[in-house]
Design a protein around this ligand. Structure first.
Ligand SMILES: NC(=O)c1ccc[n+]([C@@H]2O[C@H](COP(=O)([O-])OP(=O)(O)OC[C@H]3O[C@@H](n4cnc5c(N)ncnc54)[C@H](O)[C@@H]3O)[C@@H](O)[C@H]2O)c1
Length: 345
């Protein structure tokens, strides 16, 4: 069987998650790895913690047959690599994405695809000229419950949306990452950019481009960033759409990713009671969805697309990811300015 040959950049929480997913896939193999940390280059992930998932990282990863690089730009040039998968800290994404596209590689890059609008514009330019495929880790779009709700909603099953709430609340991840970069607002963009972007993206995915945002945020644990944010997304049709993101709670607090969408015919909830649809006529439905993660779905899909030469458009277009990024940047501006911000697309 033909296998997609993966070159992975960054072996922290997300890189080791992707590593294990590819390892279990029949049609992909990791052929190269780049990380600036010599410990990670040996496959030692014993210090990797992250904020979601409970993987046992005590044993080193199996690095047999994997060419290891200190410098990711060297790995990008490796002729054995078909797909460059970028899982390093956010500020480095833009240069690696652009170099990989220019080297004629397919690229899967973690979110946020860029740290700021200037990097976003440079990536947009490179994406326009690329002949290869480019997708980003907007995993919520592929997460089974979100995807199910999205498909039903878009097919009109629930009727018109009236109000929606999305929530992504993580415990404090101080010390859980390489060089503690998440706690440095300049590098990570705080919980606003790093965590809450998933829900900003979900809002845009379900309901399209908001016209404006009003956000309020506070600094709790990081250096100089928003660690807890609440945003109202303004649409012309009078609907009420709101999302909340945080990594401000003590480490013992459970992780939460939830939503509730109230529509004319039904309310869809992913909440403590599970995934349910409450119909206006009294029926309560528990849709059965695949027991997997959006990470597995998005990577399997991207690998299939690369192997079959089919453009990966199921979960995202470049423009849709770029739009959500512009919205989250407007949320930062709204927090800073203390007022509603109209979004320039
Ligand atoms: N989609 C999701 O659900 C999700 C979840 C967590 C993190 N992420 C994203 O994944 C990315 C990585 O986050 P993480 O939690 O894995 O961080 P991490 O700190 O756990 O790991 C980062 C890794 O990158 C390496 N690294 C640092 N600088 C590098 C460079 N210049 N070149 C190559 N390697 C370098 C580090 O040594 C480390 O191994 C971030 O952009 C983050 O936002 C996405």
């Amino acid at each position: 069987m033909k296998k997609a040959r993966i070159g992975l950049i960054g072996l922290g929480f997300m890189g080791s998650t992707h590593f294990r997913i590819y390892e279990a896939m029949e049609n992909a193999e990791i052929v190269a790895l780049a990380d600036i940390d010599p410990v990670k280059r040996k496959g030692d992930i014993s210090k990797v913690i992250g904020n979601i998932g409970n993987a046992d990282n005590s044993q080193p990863l199996n690095m047999t047959g994997i060419t290891v690089y200190e410098n990711a730009f060297d790995m990008i040039k490796d002729p054995n690599v078909d797909i460059v998968d970028i899982c390093c800290p956010t500020p480095f994404h833009a240069d690696y994405i652009i170099a990989a596209l220019e080297a004629g590689k397919h690229v899967f890059a973690e979110k946020p695809f860029a740290r700021n609008l200037e990097q976003g514009a440079r990536i947009a330019e490179a994406a326009k000229n690329a002949k290869t495929f480019l997708n980003f880790g907007m995993c919520v779009r592929a997460w089974p419950e979100y995807r199910y709700a999205y498909e039903q909603f878009k097919a009109g099953a629930y009727g018109k949306m009236i109000s929606a709430t999305f929530r992504r609340l993580s415990p404090d991840i101080d010390g859980n990452n390489w060089d503690n970069w998440f706690m440095d607002g300049k590098r990570s963009g705080g919980a606003l950019l790093d965590m809450h972007l998933h829900d900003t993206d979900a809002v845009c995915y379900f309901f399209g481009r908001p016209k404006a945002v009003t956000s309020n945020g506070v600094n709790i644990v990081s250096k100089g960033a928003i660690d807890h944010v609440i945003t109202f997304y303004h649409y012309d049709d009078g609907t009420l759409v709101e999302a909340e993101g945080s990594w401000g709670a003590p480490k013992t607090t459970p992780f939460e990713m939830t939503f509730q969408i109230i529509c004319e015919k039904a309310t869809i909830r992913l909440m403590a009671e599970g995934f349910k649809v409450y119909w206006k006529d009294g029926r309560v439905e528990s849709p059965s969805v695949e027991a997997t993660t959006g990470w597995h779905k998005e990577l399997a899909y991207f690998v299939d697309c690369v192997l079959n030469g089919v453009a990966p458009d199921k979960y995202q277009s470049f423009e849709s990811v770029y739009d959500a990024f512009k919205v989250v940047m407007a949320e930062q501006e709204s927090c800073d300015a203390g007022k509603r911000i109209e979004i320039q697309y």
